[in-house]
Design a protein around this ligand. Sequence first.
Ligand code: MG
Ligand code: ZN
Length: 371
Amino acid sequence: MLTIFRKMNRTLLAIILVPALAISISSCSTKPTTQPQAKNIIFLIGDGMGLHQVYAAYTINGGSLDMMRATHVGLQTNYSANRYITDSAASGTALACGKKTNNGMIGVDTARNELESILKVAERKGMATGLVSSSAITHATPASFIANEVSRNDYEAIAADFLKTDIDVFIGGGLDHFTKREDGRDLAKELETKGYTVATDISQVAAHTSGKLAALTAAVHHPNMLSGREDMLPFAARKALELLKQDGDGFFVMIEGSQIDWGGHDNNQEYVLQETLDFDAAVKVAMDFAEKDGETLVVVTADHETGGMMILNGNIEKKSVETTFTTGGHTGIIIPVFAYGPGAELFTGFYDNTDFKAKFMQALGISDTEE
Ligand code: MG
Ligand code: ZN
C-alpha cells in the first residue's frame, strides 16, 4: 500500500513538476533558440565533384576514401535561379547564403540585394571563421562565403570585401588581387594594419601559430596536383583548424578542393582523380579532427558536377578505372552530401543547395536571422 502510494505520489509530482519546469525554462530565455548540437563546423566543397568522380577516386585508391567515414548521406539539387545548369558562383551563393541567384553572382540575390552567408552568421555570433582554397581565395566558391558582388569576375572587389569582415584565417591563392590593383590599394598592408599576419608562402604559414592569418600563397591560382601542388590543401586545412580551435566560441570553416572542376573541364581523368584524392586528404584532416574533438560537424559535398564523367569499367584490386566525359561544361545531376559528427543526421535525405545554411544554423543552435 505504501509503495503504491509512493508511486502515485511520484507520478503526481511528475505531472505537476514537469510542465512547471518547462514553463520556467522557456520563460528564462528571451528569444527562441534551438538546442546546439555542434560547436564547430567544417564544410568541405569539392568543386565539380559528382558521384562518378568520388567512386572513380575510391577505385584507384584501392577501395577507400575518407569522405566515406561519413555516417549520414544525402542528395542535393543545385540548379540556379536562371539556369538549369549552375555555375560555381550561383551554387556557392546557394550553399553559403541559402538563396538561389543567377549564374555569375556572388553573395547577392537576383535583385542584387546582399545576402548574409553562414560564415558571416557565425562571425556575428562570435565564432571564429575561416576559408581555405586550392584556387585563388577570390574565386567564386570561397568568394560566395565572404563577398557580395554582382560579378564573380570582379576579383579586386571580392578581395576588398575580405577587409569588410573579421574573418580569422584564410589560406589560398589570389595575392595579385590584393596587391596589384587598379585602384592602387595595397590590401596586404591594410590587412596587416587590421592585425593580420600576411603570409605569401607556405613556410610562413607553417611558422604562424596564433592570431589572425591572411595567407595568399599563389599570385592567382596554385598549380594543379599533376604540376606539383603537393600537400598544400591538406596542410592548409590542418593549419586553419589549429588556429580556429583556439577560439573558445567554436568556428566555421569552408575548405575547397577547387580543381576537380578544372580537370572535368579538361576532360582529363588523371587530373580529376588526383584532385579528388587531394581533396579527400583534406577531408581526412577534418574527419580526424572531428573524431578526436567530438563537437565538430563535418559536411562534404560539391557545388555541381563537371564533365559529365562516367565510369565505364574498373578494378578495385588493380586500382584501375576507365572513364569517359560527356561534356566540357557542368552538368545538372544531383550531388551527394556526406556528413559526420553532431548534427550529421540533418543532412540525410533529399534537399536543395539552399537548405545548407538553415541546417548549419540548426546544428549550431542559431534560430535568428539578421533581417
Ligand atoms: Mg570553386
Ligand atoms: Zn567549372
